[in-house]
Write a protein that binds this ligand. Structure first.
Ligand code: GUN
Length: 304
């Protein structure tokens, strides 16, 4: 049972990004630019945006966070997106989701220039994944593939089971794994006999959002477990049941801890697993920076 240390992979990719940006700055006189738009007062979203802004600055990406009050109209928000589309210094535009309920999310997102769709969630960019023609991928799926690459894990011929069918994680990662010749099953909340599917998985990817939901008896001996769940725990009993030692200590200091979807007891059956925290999580923001750099290079005709 070996740990797939996303945190370590993330650190290496960040160093590569810094190096590449330094070179590009010298050759083009420009740096990649990322604009993040956040609407309303969702505390989790604000924390994510802050970490994106901080990492961008750390890597030499010109970052710009645009905050709007929840009362802003759809028209004003769209107007801002059009302005960012026309701004040559902006290579990536990210609208932090979820938007407050009054907005029709797609009515807003559809205004992003597909060449600046750093999240890779517009229809044309998701379609490019389907066709295996793309240069960028949504950040979390991209992070998973980078981790597998880093540890020289070839998924060709594996039975991969993805639990979760969101357009930003489950569906794209299933397609990306198919493109890499895995045999993929997508499971979701209406799947019957989930455990039967999971027990056949050589590669199990879970994006459910329920602490410790995948138990030891549901996983195959020798499988690879990728856990995308980030579940907050604030009850002592739950912490002891679900969390690893470092998080139990964190709970004692801070009153909360995090854990994934895959029960810690399942780890010992795995050949490899991603921990929570320190697994896929750190890769997501890093891949946003990676995507910003790819879009910048594409604009400068430096990508094939
Ligand atoms: N909110 C949570 N995850 C994401 C993401 O990947 N992209 C955007 N835009 N918003 C999010």
């Amino acid at each position: 049972m070996a740990i797939l240390e996303g945190k370590r992979v993330s650190s290496e990719i960040k160093l590569q990004i810094i190096e590449e940006i330094n070179i590009l700055k010298k050759t083009t006189g420009k740096v990649p630019g990322l604009s993040v738009v956040i609407v309303g007062e969702n505390e989790a979203s604000k924390a994510y945006v802050k970490s994106k802004d901080r990492m961008a600055s750390e890597l030499g990406i010109k970052s710009n966070v645009i905050e709007f009050d929840e009362n802003i109209s759809s028209d004003k928000l769209i107007q801002k997106i059009i302005e960012l589309n026309e701004n040559d210094e902006v290579n990536g535009i990210l609208i932090q989701l979820p938007l407050p309920k009054k907005f029709n999310t797609w009515e807003i997102l559809d205004n992003i220039n597909p060449d600046k769709d750093v999240d890779c969630l517009l229809p044309i960019n998701l379609g490019m994944i389907f066709l295996n023609r793309t240069t960028i991928f949504p950040c979390t799926p991209a992070g998973i593939l980078k981790i597998l690459d880093f540890y020289n894990i070839n998924v060709s011929g594996m039975n991969a089971v993805v639990v979760g069918r969101s357009f930003i994680v489950g569906k794209p990662i299933a397609t990306m794994l198919t493109n890499k010749n895995a045999t993929v099953t997508i499971c979701h909340s209406k799947t019957k006999n989930l455990a039967d599917h999971l027990r056949r998985a050589n590669l199990l990817i879970s994006a459910i959002g329920r602490p410790g939901f995948i138990s030891e008896d549901m996983v195959k001996e020798g499988s690879i477990l990728i856990d995308i769940g980030i579940n907050y725990i604030n009850k002592k009993d739950d912490v002891n049941e679900y969390c690893v030692e470092s998080q139990i200590k964190k709970f004692d200091r801070k009153g909360y801890a995090i854990t994934g979807d895959i029960h810690k007891k399942a780890y010992k059956k795995a050949s490899y697993y991603t921990p929570v925290p320190g697994g896929v999580g750190p890769m997501t923001v890093t891949m946003l920076m990676y995507n910003t750099l790819q879009l910048f290079k594409k604009k400068q005709n430096l990508l094939k």
